[in-house]
Design a protein around this ligand. Structure first.
Ligand SMILES: C[S@@+](CC[C@H](N)C(=O)[O-])C[C@H]1O[C@@H](n2cnc3c(N)ncnc32)[C@H](O)[C@@H]1O
Length: 251
């Protein structure tokens, strides 16, 4: 069907890219983030565990660095990774549930099963961002929380350095070194893609509007304006503030 083909086209590129990158993703992302990736994941893991969940779904989990941190700290948690890349899913630790495919397919059969949904460096690449956020809402139901981590062009002077790094250095580094073995008949090189997709995203200024359209509202911005990433915690729109679900021990 034509509509399905159109919808699947961006997924096909992402699937190819992350299959190709799966085995080197964590090390390479650590380098590309100038040594910050693992700290970002630590911070994200802390934010998730502070919510005292029983079940967490990481959508676009890649090779599962975050899921490994969570599994190590809370072996009792139900953890699920969802990803377009089958090869990335092979890296998930034992005991973590996995689903190969797009979120929209997973969300159909798992309504309300999770306390926390996470999407880290995934939202930016979605053709329908509010639809993606609405699907995440299906997974968590009325009591859930959502954590979104994304790249963000910093405010002020640091933004100039960010542009030079992201849009000059990174595409060149990608083309000549990090992804020099990428077959260009498969589409743009992964770091050229990353640069272009970040350019269209900026600081994700419309995040509020996409979240609202997807049934969420921001509870808290967890990172300052000058940072190169944005971490946001959201709850279903209309839920009274502070009315988070009770700690697991009381359920
Ligand atoms: C940049 S990686 C991020 C991996 C990991 N979340 C992290 O923070 O390091 C993006 C991942 O999201 C997956 N992805 C993108 N869109 C998706 C979708 N609609 N459904 C499921 N997975 C998706 C890609 O296959 C890729 O593995």
């Amino acid at each position: 069907m034509a509509a399905d083909r159109d919808r699947d086209a961006p997924y096909a590129y992402l699937e190819r890219t992350f299959d190709w990158m799966a085995d080197r993703y964590v090390d390479q992302t650590q380098r590309v983030s100038r040594g910050q990736y693992r700290d970002w994941m630590e911070r994200l893991a802390r934010e998730i565990l502070d919510l005292d969940p029983a079940a967490v779904v990481d959508v676009g989990c890649g090779p599962g660095y975050l899921l490994s941190l969570l599994a190590r700290r809370r072996p009792d948690l139900r953890l699920t990774g969802v990803d377009l890349s089958r090869r990335a899913l092979r890296h998930l630790p034992p005991g973590v549930e996995r689903f190969h495919g797009p979120l929209e397919a997973f969300a159909r059969d798992h309504a309300g099963e999770y306390d926390v949904a996470v999407a880290s460096f995934v939202l930016r690449d979605q053709a329908d961002r509010s639809g993606f956020l609405a699907d995440l809402g299906r997974l968590t139901g009325a009591d859930g929380h959502l954590l979104i981590l994304e790249t963000a062009r910093p405010q002020g002077l640091p933004g100039v350095g960010f542009d030079l790094y992201f849009h000059r250095w990174l595409p060149w580094w990608g083309r000549t070194r990090l992804a020099a073995d990428w077959d260009r008949s498969q589409g743009p090189g992964p770091y050229e893609w990353l640069s272009a997709s970040q350019k269209g995203w900026g600081r994700g200024r419309e995040l509020n509007a996409w979240l609202r359209a997807g049934g969420w509202e921001i509870e808290q911005e967890l990172w300052p304006d000058w940072a190169a990433v944005r971490l946001v915690r959201a709850a279903p729109a209309g839920r009274p503030r502070g009315a988070a679900r009770p700690p697991m021990a009381e359920r």
